[in-house]
Design a protein around this ligand. Structure first.
Ligand SMILES: NC(=O)c1ccc[n+]([C@@H]2O[C@H](COP(=O)([O-])OP(=O)(O)OC[C@H]3O[C@@H](n4cnc5c(N)ncnc54)[C@H](OP(=O)(O)O)[C@@H]3O)[C@@H](O)[C@H]2O)c1
Length: 330
């Protein structure tokens, strides 16, 4: 049995291309003392990966040329030299883009695949779900009756934000690209969804938010943020979760409506989900409960085979994914 990996071959300048990656064969890793050998079944593709292959300073060290591309997987334990794990356990792992990994057991999370599909532990029950939960609950802090707007609403984080807003008694309004994505977002129970590609974002959002916006969950940045700044209420909150429209831009977008923050006393706060690591069990339990109660619907966008991962990341950064982007590995 051999391992198959995707390595970073070169750093992209601007848009990522398939030439930035290389597929390689490697021997199956042997678990050392305290380590666990995992067969990866699902690979998660996430926008943060664009930052990891750039040499710009970020909140985590990037991937070096020739290294296995970074990423989280869900899979099954084949062999364990750690007391907490046994063969057959299902886990999520900081494996990287490869079919097998051998990692310290302390870095694995055991997940219960009998309660929800294993892939969901990389999505609504995993990092994106927890991001939505803590960002909205702790920073957005919405009160019942308030209006919550989220961008990239049909995506991994956005889908959860809007459904949590509904579960917490708010008006939920999504922003997504294209009529098909907007229709899907409405089918999740959002009160409205606005297509930012239709060219009428300010008026459409104004109509969808008749009482203004109390919480804006920012996933994209750019002109969409400026449009929201014109609609934010007095003492409203902006959760700065992601700025995907900037990730491949040669120059960062310059916000024009900054004055609105002053005039409306808006609280703007950036977030990185790791900051809540001690409270992950709280989010995991709340999200699982909603899912099992049928109050959290979720869509996945699945590619097959490890070789498809570069194409999947490129598509995700261009909005070609429709739901949480995953690669099925086996
Ligand atoms: N801070 C944290 O801890 C944390 C954790 C997880 C994720 N994030 C951030 O959260 C955001 C969403 O992540 P996700 O995993 O849920 O991804 P996702 O929404 O599943 O996929 C990305 C989506 O972004 C939209 N998009 C791409 N380029 C855009 C552009 N130029 N303008 C507007 N929208 C654009 C596309 O949707 P449309 O087709 O609708 O445009 C695309 O489908 C990202 O910015 C990510 O970096 C942050």
């Amino acid at each position: 049995m051999n391992n198959r990996q995707v390595l970073l071959a070169s750093r992209p300048t601007g848009w990522v291309s398939e030439a930035n990656f290389r597929v390689a064969e490697a021997p199956l890793p042997k678990p050392g003392e305290g380590e666990v050998l995992v067969k990866n079944l699902w690979l998660s593709l996430d926008p943060y990966m664009r930052g990891r292959i750039s040499d710009a300073k970020s909140y985590v060290k990037g991937v070096e040329i020739g290294e296995v591309m970074t990423g989280e997987t869900a899979g099954e334990v084949l062999e364990s030299r750690h007391p907490k794990f046994k063969p057959g356990d299902t886990v999520t792992a900081p494996s990287g883009w490869q079919l097998y990994c051998s990692v310290n057991g302390e870095m694995l999370t055991k997940v219960d695949a009998s309660r929800a599909p294993l892939s969901h532990y990389l999505g609504c029950l995993g990092m994106p779900g927890r991001t939505a939960y803590f960002g909205l609950k702790d920073i957005g802090a919405p009160r019942p009756g308030e209006t919550v707007v989220v961008s990239a609403a049909s995506g991994a984080v956005g889908m959860v934000v809007g459904q949590l807003a509904k579960a917490w008694g708010c008006r939920a309004v999504g922003i997504a690209g294209g009529p098909q994505k907007c229709e899907y977002v409405r089918s999740l129970g959002f009160d409205a969804c606005v297509d930012y590609k239709a060219g009428n974002l300010y008026d459409d959002l104004k109509a969808a938010c008749p009482k203004g916006v109390d919480v804006y969950f920012e996933n994209v940045g750019g002109p969409i943020l400026d449009t929201l700044l014109r609609l934010m209420n007095f003492r409203s909150r902006i959760v700065v979760c992601g700025l995907i429209s900037d990730y491949q831009a040669s120059e960062p977008y310059g916000v024009r409506m900054f004055r609105s923050i002053l005039v409306n006393r808006i609280k703007v706060q950036g977030m990185i989900v790791f900051d809540w690591v001690e409270r992950y069990p709280e989010a995991n339990a709340a999200l699982l409960e909603l899912l099992l109660a049928g109050k959290l619907k979720y869509r996945e966008s699945v590619l097959e085979g490890i070789e498809a991962a570069p194409k999947g990341l490129i598509g995700l950064l261009q909005g070609r994914n429709f739901g949480k982007q995953l690669v099925k590995l086996a």
